[in-house]
Design a binder for this molecule. Structure first.
Ligand SMILES: NC(=O)c1ccc[n+]([C@@H]2O[C@H](COP(=O)([O-])OP(=O)(O)OC[C@H]3O[C@@H](n4cnc5c(N)ncnc54)[C@H](OP(=O)(O)O)[C@@H]3O)[C@@H](O)[C@H]2O)c1
Length: 353
């Protein structure tokens, strides 16, 4: 067995960065070799700077690392980016140019035609876009993107139905957790006892990104899926977990039983199913009348499974349902780690540890 692959975390002090630290603490293939953040944090010991919000102890080896500036060279073949989107673009490009595989959670490069926007179980085949990217941009590394957090839950939950029946229309209304806004995020006096019916840019992201993820890979890149998406996004006083109510129209009539079977049987490719972070199954179906709920169902598949419930006929479109996903695990750090595992399993970083 060879040694673990060194990785670095950009934006390591933030909400998603901390989740990376936690998930990578005992990862079988990866070990954290460096943490990086803004120049306000750089040069100081991670354990002294971070406002640690995870419910496990901060790993000692990471606590003792000195935070670096987000400039190359950084140790590690893989850079996980949890950077503020305003700062991410030039940093991620510089690292990819310098040879790193940058797996990013920021919005900056998601819609670039040569950047794969990945949910491994749904579109792991889009990974090959990095070959085109590296050639076109002359980079020895590459950028791979993780979708927006609500898009990740919606699209993984609907992927089995799109693959089986073909989706024509999606109407989705979200109830999104405050941790989706980072730390310290939404002021408590704005959100407690309240619902905020606007999350900047979120509806557009859900509409565009879901079409790219479920689009077809061809010789010219990804042809976006042709379905229409109407998204309404809302911030609610929940700590973690994005819940959404969804109505779906299909190319043909689809019964509740057919939909439930397709959801239950969905697995993704054997390569993806065998990755350390892949849940089995990736989509859980819970047909109890009042499920899924963030407090009760968020940790399924160690936060990597999405839960679909309340599948029933819709008098306007064909079927309606509820989908729940963990915004900082499936919607951010957990899936980014799974994407990096896919890179390794695909043989792009040499032998697997
Ligand atoms: N929260 C979620 O559920 C979620 C889900 C999916 C995607 N995302 C995306 O993931 C990214 C991180 O989100 P977050 O919620 O973790 O945000 P956050 O808590 O605000 O953390 C932002 C991180 O970026 C660093 N940073 C800020 N400005 C920088 C600069 N100029 N140069 C280098 N580093 C800089 C911060 O370092 P300092 O501490 O030094 O300031 C911090 O580590 C965002 O792009 C967000 O849209 C978030």
């Amino acid at each position: 067995m060879s040694a673990k692959i060194p990785v670095c975390i950009l934006g390591a002090t933030g909400t998603v960065g901390q989740k990376f630290v936690r998930l990578l603490a005992d990862h079988p293939w990866f070990e954290v070799a460096a943490v990086a953040a803004s120049s306000a944090s750089a040069g100081r010991r991670y354990g002294d700077v971070v406002r640690w919000r995870e419910q496990v102890e901060l790993p000692r080896a990471v606590a003792d690392l000195v935070i670096r500036e987000c400039t190359p060279p950084l140790p590690g073949a893989i850079a996980f980016s949890a950077l503020d989107a305003e700062a991410a673009g030039p940093i991620e490009q510089a690292l990819a140019r310098a040879g790193a595989f940058v797996v990013t959670n920021t919005r900056t490069h998601r819609m670039d035609a040569d950047v794969p926007l990945l949910i491994p179980e749904a579109n792991g085949d889009h990974l090959v876009l990095i070959d085109r990217q590296r050639t076109a941009r002359g980079w020895s590394g590459a950028i791979l993107a993780n979708p927006n957090c609500s898009t990740a839950a919606l699209t993984l939950g609907l992927a089995p139905l799109h693959q089986a029946f073909g989706i024509e229309k999606i109407f989705v209304s979200t109830m999104q957790a405050v941790s989706g806004a980072g730390y310290p995020g939404v002021p408590s006096l704005d959100v407690l006892g309240n619902v905020i019916p606007h999350i900047g840019g979120e509806e557009e992201k859900m509409e565009r990104e879901s079409q790219k993820i479920l689009g077809a890979l061809g010789a010219d890149g990804v042809k976006p899926a042709a379905f229409a998406v109407s998204a309404h996004t809302n911030r609610v006083a929940v700590v973690d977990g994005h819940l959404m109510t969804v109505s779906v129209g299909f190319k043909r009539r689809v019964s509740v039983d057919e939909a439930v079977s397709a959801l239950r049987e969905f697995r993704g490719s054997p390569c993806v199913a065998g990755l350390p972070s892949s849940p089995n199954p990736p989509v859980e179906v819970d047909l109890r009348a009042d499920r899924p709920q963030p407090r009760l169902d968020l940790e399924r598949g160690r936060g990597m499974a999405v839960t679909v419930g309340r599948v029933r006929p819709c008098p306007i479109l064909d079927l309606r349902m509820v989908i729940l996903g963990h915004n900082t695990i499936r919607g951010a750090a957990g899936q980014a780690v799974q994407i990096a595992e896919l890179l390794v399993a695909d043989g792009r970083l040499g032998p697997r540890p």
